[in-house]
Design a binder for this molecule. Sequence first.
Ligand SMILES: Nc1ncnc2c1ncn2[C@@H]1O[C@H](COP(=O)(O)OP(=O)(O)OP(=O)(O)O)[C@@H](O)[C@H]1O
Length: 256
Amino acid sequence: MSFLTVENIHHVYLTKESATVALEDVHLAVEEGEFISFLGPSGCGKTTLLSIIAGLIKPIEGVVKIANKQITKPDTMIGYMLQQDYLFPWKTIDENVTLGLKITGQKNAQTTAATMQMLQDMGLDNVEKQYPSQLSGGMRQRAALVRTLATNPKILLLDEPFSALDYQTKLKLEDLVVQTLKKYKKTALLVTHDIGEAIAMSDRIFVFSARPGKVNRTYLVPKEIRELSPFQARQHPLYNTLFQQIWKEVDQYETE
Ligand SMILES: Nc1ncnc2c1ncn2[C@@H]1O[C@H](COP(=O)(O)OP(=O)(O)OP(=O)(O)O)[C@@H](O)[C@H]1O
């Protein structure tokens, strides 16, 4: 049995005026410790699927299981990180990153020390008493990552967490995220529009067809690329070959 299984997911958004079929017959399986990216045309249902896996949306049909447990509501096994950092502006960085521990009743000397160690690993120990407005966008996203990891989730759901950052900050953060998730042996699902980012960070890439979305094709990122950091991966010749293949496929859906 895989660590995460998504079986036969169908989802329709109903409004007074319309019914939008967002996902149809989605199946996937992810192993523990894998880094998976979701790529696909705008509106194909990637965020909807992530929200269903997070237990935030109940699908019309289908089942999500993580570590053999059916997900029907948010669960401490799952960490969610979005494009916006959602740090509380009136709390300092150390208060922000330990907030989840407090809310879930896990805050003690040991978990606080582990979280402070993560802040240090991310180069944020010198700003722990500062407020989010005093930090750059990249620093705020690093703090959001620490906050997400602090409660020790088994799986991280990352919805375009780098898309608002400038190119250089984004590449540095990609490296840091991959290193950190490997260190803590986390499973991760990343929604992105950036094919390069998906290749450079992932073990496998699921490409979705246009709405109603379903996983149309899975690409295994070659070992030669996976052994490199996301920054170095972009220099490898196999990176370009895979980029061209995926580009053609995604482009075909974008223009349909
Ligand atoms: N709350 C909602 N009510 C009605 N329709 C919705 C709602 N949320 C999403 N949709 C529709 O469902 C479809 C899938 O949306 P979703 O945001 O999951 O796609 P996406 O692949 O993540 O898009 P993008 O890449 O542009 O972020 C879209 O057509 C969207 O307009």
